[in-house]
Write a protein that binds this ligand. Sequence first.
Ligand code: NAP
Length: 253
Amino acid sequence: MTRTLDHILLLAGTSEARQLAKSIAQRFAAVRLTVSFAGVVKDLPDLGVPTRVGGFGGVDGLVSYLQEEGVDLIIDATHPFAAQMSRHAVDAAGQTDTHLIRLERPIWHEVDGDTWQHVASTTAAAEALPEKSRAFLSVGRKEIDKFTNRDDCFALVRMIEPPERPLPDHWHLVLERPSKSVDAERHLLKHHKITHLVTKNSGGASSYAKIEAARQLEVPLLMIKRPALPDANTAASTAEVLKFIEQFVDCRD
Ligand code: NAP
């Protein structure tokens, strides 16, 4: 038996990370796995595997963690907009000769019936919103402050945890995960008379329903481009990540 992998650090925060945690624990049971959450969302899933919560303390902190815990593979399955963590992972892996693979969901592409305006950042999206529009801001908690100066607009704001600072009084806050139901998303857009949807190009199936709903209702969309990330090994799916792990672990034992 050849095994050259002792400890996998899985950087989490996405549904793919949760799937990977379960699959790795099942398929590579002899390899130590630690799943790491930022701790932004309080209600963490019980994955039945060892978990740590909270930042590492920048690149230096991550380097120390990798060395002290004998990590030999980092799987970066953070959200495509969690760019700082992904950059730190590349830096720390480089400094410690740790293997790294980043799961990069394919981006969403415009299809017939979509009206998208591509914007470079959340700040650009806030500036591009037409005056007095009624926006559905599906941008997460961290970025919402970039929009609050646009109180000439109405905004329906959806996020998982409450915002740090209060939103304008006439805005409507929904504390929920994105719905997978196109009907539910269409209802929400219609109910709040939404004229513009603002979203990050997160990719993946779990938050695509709102885009389909906007297409059906002919609601234009401001699509925020992904941040650039340094080069790394990448995989487009959880299956590809599992295949990458196989090269280190002989599963015939
Ligand atoms: P970020 O800006 O890239 O990271 C900020 C800091 O949070 C990092 O420098 C790191 O702190 C810590 N951190 C992030 N992910 C971590 C992880 N998995 N384990 C341990 N520490 C982590 O990330 P973010 O945009 O704040 O996102 C935070 C988490 O929410 C991520 O895990 C991400 O997958 C998830 N998420 C983000 C978005 C989004 O749109 N940004 C959407 C859905 C889910 P130190 O420097 O101290 O190590």
